[in-house]
Every structure is written in C-alpha cells, then in structure tokens.
Design a protein around this ligand. Structure first.
Ligand SMILES: Nc1ncnc2c1ncn2[C@@H]1O[C@H](COP(=O)(O)OP(=O)(O)OP(=O)(O)O)[C@@H](O)[C@H]1O
Ligand SMILES: [Mg+2]
Length: 567
C-alpha cells in the first residue's frame, strides 16, 4: 500500500486516463473519487497523490489534508503531482505550493503526454521510497538509542552497586588497618616493657648481690669491732644499703623476676591494716576514703609487694595534690570476659584514684617505664609505677592508668581472684634465734659470686654451723656425696645450673633434703616446677634473717624425721 499512487480527479475522465497510463507502466494506482476517499486512502498509506488543480479548493477547504500534512512525521515530505490547467504566463511552483500548503510538489501543465506523467509519478514514488528508507533509518536510530539508554542505565546501576561495594570494602579495610595499628602499638609497648624489664632485671640482680655483700660485711664489722665509735658509722652505712636494697627491690619487681612469696591474701583486710600508714603518708591535707567491697576479695600474691604498690600509688597521688584533695581506694570483684589483656575469669579490682593534677596525654604512655619521672632531680626515682606494673603482671594480673589533665588520676590493679579453699598456710615469722644444735649441723653453700659466698659462709660459721662451699652447681653435686650436708643454701642465678636445677638434682641423689633458695632474682615458675616450694631467703638479708631461715628449715626437717620415726 505504501507504494501505491492515489489519483484524485473528480471531474471528467482524467482519473480513468491517468490510472490506465500508470497501470500500463506497472505503477500501482488507486482512484479516489471523493476527497473523503482520498483522505482515508492517504491514512492507510501511499507513495504519492496525483490530483487535478480543480480538486484543490475543495480538498483544502475543510482542512483535513492541511492537518494531515502538518502532522507528518519528521522523515516524511509527502510528494504531490498536480495536473494544472494551461496558463498564459509561467507561474512559479513555489508560489503555487505555498498557496495551498503543499511542500513537495510537482506541477504538470496540461495537456501533457503519457511519458511526462509516468516520469513524474515514478520520481514521486522514488522520492517517497527514500523517505521510507529515512524512516527506517530513524527507527533504527531510535531503537539503538533506546538500547544505548538501557545499557547506560544498567551500567550506572552496576557502577552504583560497585561503588557501594567498594565503599564498604574500604570501610572494612580502614577498620582492619586501625585495628592492626592498635594491636601493633600494644605489641610494641609490651615488647618495650619486656626489653627494659630484662635489662633492668640484669642490672638489679648484680647490684643486689653487691648490696648484699656490703650489708653482711657491715654486720660482720659491727660484730667484730671493739670500738663503740664504729657502731653508728656502720649503722649509717647499713641504712644507705637498705635504701639501695629498696631500689633494687623495685627494679626486680618491675622486671617481674622478684622472688615473690605468694600466699592467699584478703585484699580488704590488707588495705584496712595499712589505713594509718596511708593517712600518715599522704598527710592531713588529703582526705582518704575507703570504698571496699562487701565480699572477701581474695588473691594469691605477695602481700608485702601489694602493700608497697598501694603505698607507691598513694605517694604519687599525694605528690599530685600539693593543695590537698581526695584519695580514694576502692575494691571490687568482677567476672571479665573478652578483656584484651586477660583471660576470661573472676578478678579482684583494686583502684586508687585522686583528684590531683592529672597526667598530660603525651606523658601518659611513659609513666610505667622505669626511671621515668617528672619530678625534680632527687625527689623521684621513677620506679613507683614500674613496681606496680611489674608486680601485677607477675601476679597474673595487669595495671592500667587513666588520667586527664586537671581531672585526677585513677590506677587500677586487676588480679585473678583466688579460690577461698586455696592453701592458706602462712609462713610463721620467728624471732631470729641461733639453734642450740648449730655446731652439729653441716651446711653446703652454693653461690657463684665469691664475695657473696664468702660472707654467707662467714656468717654461718659465726653462728656456729659447719660450712662447706661450692662455686657452682656441678661442684656442689660433686661434694654432696662426700660432705653429706644437713642443709643446702643455694643461689638461684648461676652460670652452669640454676639453683632450682641444683635442688632437683641433689634430691635425686640424696632424697628430700632441707634447702634454702637465697636469691633476689628468680623465675618462680621454674623454681616451683623443679624444686617445689623451697624456703626463699630474699637478698639482701642480714645475719639474723639468715640464722632465722636456717634454724626454721632445720627445725622443720627434724620435726618431719621425728614424726616419721613415731609412726
Ligand atoms: N597520681 C598521679 N597524678 C599525676 N601524675 C602521676 C601520678 N602517678 C604518677 N604520675 C606521673 O608518673 C610519673 C612516674 O611515676 P612513678 O611513681 O613511676 O615515679 P615517681 O613518682 O616520679 O618517682 P618514685 O620512684 O619516687 O615513685 C611521675 O613522675 C608523675 O609524672
Ligand atoms: Mg611514685
């Protein structure tokens, strides 16, 4: 239908003639008698219209064709062939077309021959074919554009989803990076504390031995000295040695290698026992408040070290409150799970807080470091918090500090809670006493430091014991069989074997014999593993403490033998 030619020539025989000429040339033609017929056929589809000039006025009068022409799609410029009557003068086609609103117009003047008509009809059909091609092209373009828009939309959606995924992956990555940085910082801090701890422990151990030698020799001097004048001089020297011993004690405590004497301790009782000491230590300008929990907060630790830790914290708080303020000591018990430093379990919390100056953020990470102090030269050693840190770590807990400038400081010590049923045996402190049977007992002293060894040997001899000495573990084991001592006094840290190893080997050789581990520095876990719970004599000690330890251990051994005999 789209290629047919419509013929509208209402008057005369024109329509029939044109139709037959076109038909004769293979052009499909349809004659439309009325203008309604023409419009209906146009709307169905046609390539061109051949019409006579006389038909134009009626065709344009009711406006239907005009609307149809105006509403043509952009690709369409419908071709008309108008058979005009003969004119005298040449009328330009343009003027004619604009007159009637026909855009694509071929004007043929009558009379015309068949060839002209056919050629005009063919060229109109060709023109229309080109328009149809353009239509297809436009349709294709529209389809492609639609497809392109759809793809663009899809792409945008995909980009949006990918962007969201990337953003969330990025968030996760940032979280992981932060987490890793935090873990790395914590690890670095732990490694730093470990490294400083090893260094400090080593120095403190050697220094402790020196102090020990000084101290015991001073005792010997005061024993041997005939002149009364010597006594106060020795006392002054001994008091300096004691101060030195306190220092090494704190250092060893930080290094977590102190020979702690752990036992079941009720924290609340211990704090109440320190009440007067604390109040005197902080002075009258500071109010001391105790907020102790109802329950028995029991822990297994060295109570003298806990006292020292609390005192260190109280003194720090006092120094931070020169104008006065409040010191609060509280205790509590708590079940912890998911704590980053501690395994899941029941814990006892001991908190010391003050209303003092607080600590600036830049200083806070350093306060547990040994020798870190902000106090003027001579007034602080920087070992108080180091002792607190090392002692809590060695007791299986942790110490933490919170502080803000101008808002006071809180130090929290967390210890694993002890089982109430745990062994409550408290070693009895006896008055120093020289055993009556001293002369009958034989002691083997094993100590690698010649000065320390000499002074111990001399003191024991002075008390009245028979003493054999050995400079290391192998020497001790060699002389063990021959000497058959009643008691072994052993140092812990020695180059070939540790004191614990010597005790373990000696027991294998001669059975369960009484021993004293004389040390300031010991891996207590290793000691317990190898030698059980030997009597610990903490260096530096004096003659009375040595005599006390020796006689207690020997008495205990004698009692055991007597019990075994009576059974
Ligand atoms: N309660 C506190 N308030 C404010 N600052 C504190 C407090 N406790 C500790 N600090 C800061 O931490 C530093 C280290 O404390 P630490 O107890 O280890 O050593 P020190 O008090 O300086 O000396 P010492 O060995 O005599 O105790 C202090 O110098 C101080 O700057
Ligand atoms: Mg301090």
């Amino acid at each position: 239908m789209e290629l047919r030619v419509l013929i509208h020539a209402p008057r005369g025989r024109d329509a029939a003639v044109v139709s037959s000429v076109l038909g004769g040339h293979g052009i499909e033609a349809l004659v439309c008698a009325s203008h309604e017929e023409l419009m209906a056929a146009l709307e169905e589809g046609a390539a061109s219209v051949i019409l006579t000039e006389e038909a134009l006025p009626e065709l344009f009068s009711n406006g239907r064709l005009v609307h149809w022409l105006r509403d043509q799609p952009p690709w369409s410029d419908f071709p008309f062939v108008v058979l005009a009557r003969k004119r005298d003068s040449q009328r330009p086609e343009k003027e004619f077309a604009s007159l009637h609103g026909l855009g694509n117009l071929v004007l043929l003047e009558r009379p015309l021959n068949a060839e002209t008509l056919v050629s005009a009809a063919e060229s109109a059909v060709r023109a229309r074919r080109r328009q149809y091609a353009a239509r297809e092209h436009l349709d294709e373009l529209k389809r492609t554009r639609g497809e392109l828009e759809r793809l663009n939309g899809e792409l945008e959606n995909r980009i949006l989803t990918r962007t969201k995924e990337l953003a969330s992956a990025n968030d996760r990555l940032m979280k992981e990076i932060n987490e890793r940085e935090r873990a790395q910082a914590a690890l670095t801090q732990v490694q730093k504390m470990e490294a400083i701890g090893r260094l400090t422990g080593g120095i403190a151990h050697d220094f402790n031995n020196l102090l020990h030698v000084v101290n015991m020799n001073l005792e010997l001097v005061s024993l041997y000295a005939k002149e009364e004048k010597v006594k106060p001089v020795v006392d002054r020297a001994k008091s300096a040695a004691r101060r030195g011993a306190r220092l090494t004690n704190q250092l060893l405590s930080f290094a977590r290698s102190q020979s702690l004497v752990a036992r079941l301790t009720r924290v609340n009782q211990l704090i109440l026992g320190m009440k007067d000491l604390l109040e005197i230590s902080v002075g009258s300008g500071i109010e001391v408040e105790f907020d102790l929990c109802e329950e028995d907060a029991t822990v297994v630790l060295d109570p003298s070290q806990l006292e020292m830790a609390i005192l260190n914290l109280a003194v720090n708080s006092k120094d931070a409150m020169p104008q006065g303020g409040k010191l609060k000591i509280s205790t509590g018990t708590r079940f912890l799970d998911g704590d980053r430093d501690l395994p899941e379990g029941d814990y006892v919390l001991l908190t010391v807080s003050d209303t003092g100056d607080g600590i600036p953020p830049a200083v806070l990470p350093k306060v547990f470091d040994p020798f870190f102090t902000t106090k003027p030269v001579g007034s602080g050693t920087g070992l108080g918090l180091s002792q607190v840190y090392g002692f809590t770590r060695q007791s299986g807990g942790i110490a933490r500090i919170r502080s803000a400038e101008g808002q006071g400081t809180t130090v929290e010590m967390v210890f694993p809670q002890a089982d109430e049923e745990a062994d409550e045996a408290v070693p009895v402190r006896q008055q120093p006493a020289v055993p009556a049977l001293a002369g009958a007992c034989h002691i083997l002293v094993v100590e690698d430091d010649p000065d320390v060894r000499r002074v111990i040997v001399e003191c024991l001899s002075l008390i009245g014991y028979k003493v054999t000495e050995a400079a290391n573990g192998s020497e001790a084991l060699a002389s063990l069989a021959a000497a058959k001592p009643d008691l072994l006094v052993v140092d812990y840290a020695m180059p070939d074997m540790t004191g614990a190893e010597v005790i373990s080997e000696a027991r294998k050789m001669v059975g369960d014999m009484p021993v004293i581990l004389a040390t300031g520095y010991a891996d207590m876990a290793a000691v317990e593993r190898l030698a059980g719970k030997p009597r610990i004599l903490r260096k530096p000690f004096d003659i009375a403490q040595l005599g006390d330890a020796v006689s207690t251990v020997l008495d205990g051994a004698r009692e055991k033998v007597a019990e075994a005999g009576s059974v």
